[in-house]
Design a protein around this ligand. Structure first.
Ligand code: GLN
Length: 230
């Protein structure tokens, strides 16, 4: 907490379109991540500017010093911990398979032989697909944002997509997407807020303190309940 962060505006990377975590509506950014980082900045007394970008560009932009913070439904992984430091976990997620609603031949990875699987660049879903490709014998198509993935499966260009469970469940509930969640969850993970590794101990400490304050005050639950209703 020295004076050198005074007046600084922290650049925050968010995914372009990832409701309920981040999205734009009526020219404003909304979502769980947007509300959380704004509330944290407010209670810790720092300024932020939001920078929506394709998910795949976010960690590289943190590494390049273009972003100070990333909050993008980003899963805490050991691989990412080599280049970023994560806050305390703030949301539980994990991957699932998704098919067209009319598809009743795919219910597990075993059914993916010769199928087309679509994933998003730089995500845990993309890594999962790569890691299991040889074992299950599918082909991978990689796209840059989630809506394009959803489109690709609903229009029949791909058989299945891999997405975070809370995100696809929200998308299906909110829209007329002709998609369904199939099979067991593929894994479980937690979202964290990322800063450049080894350079931002003060900022990370504030982020964790801010997050804790939101949990203690009930504001964390209010934010979640604004976007997700059981
Ligand atoms: N949670 C996933 C990941 O960290 C997906 C994030 C996203 O698409 N915004 O890779």
């Amino acid at each position: 907490g020295s004076g050198d962060s005074e007046g600084k505006v922290y650049q925050v990377g968010i995914d372009t379109t990832y409701p309920p975590f981040e999205y734009e509506e009526d020219g404003e950014y909304k979502g769980i991540d947007v509300d959380l980082i704004r509330a944290i900045a407010e209670n810790q007394g720092f300024e932020i500017e939001l920078n929506p970008m394709d998910f795949g560009g976010i960690i590289p932009a943190v590494q390049a010093g273009q972003l100070d913070v990333a909050i993008a439904g980003m899963s805490i992984t050991d691989e990412r911990k080599e280049v970023v430091d994560f806050s305390d976990p703030y949301f539980e997620a994990g991957l699932t398979l998704v098919t067209a609603a009319s598809n009743n031949e795919i219910t597990s990875l075993e059914d993916l032989e010769g199928k087309r699987v679509v994933v998003k660049t730089g995500t845990t879903g993309a890594k999962f697909a790569e890691d299991n490709k040889d074992e299950y014998g599918y082909e991978i198509t990689t796209l840059e944002d989630s809506p394009s993935m959803f489109q690709e499966v609903s229009n029949g260009n791909a058989d299945v997509l891999i997405e975070d469970y809370p995100v696809i469940a929200y998308a299906i509930a909110q829209s007329s997407l002709d998609l369904q969640i199939v099979g067991e969850r593929l894994n479980g993970d937690n979202y964290g807020i990322a800063v450049l590794k080894g350079e931002n101990a003060d900022l990370l400490e504030k982020i964790n303190a801010g997050l804790q304050e939101l949990r203690d005050s009930g504001e964390y639950d209010e934010i979640i309940n604004t976007y997700i209703t059981e």
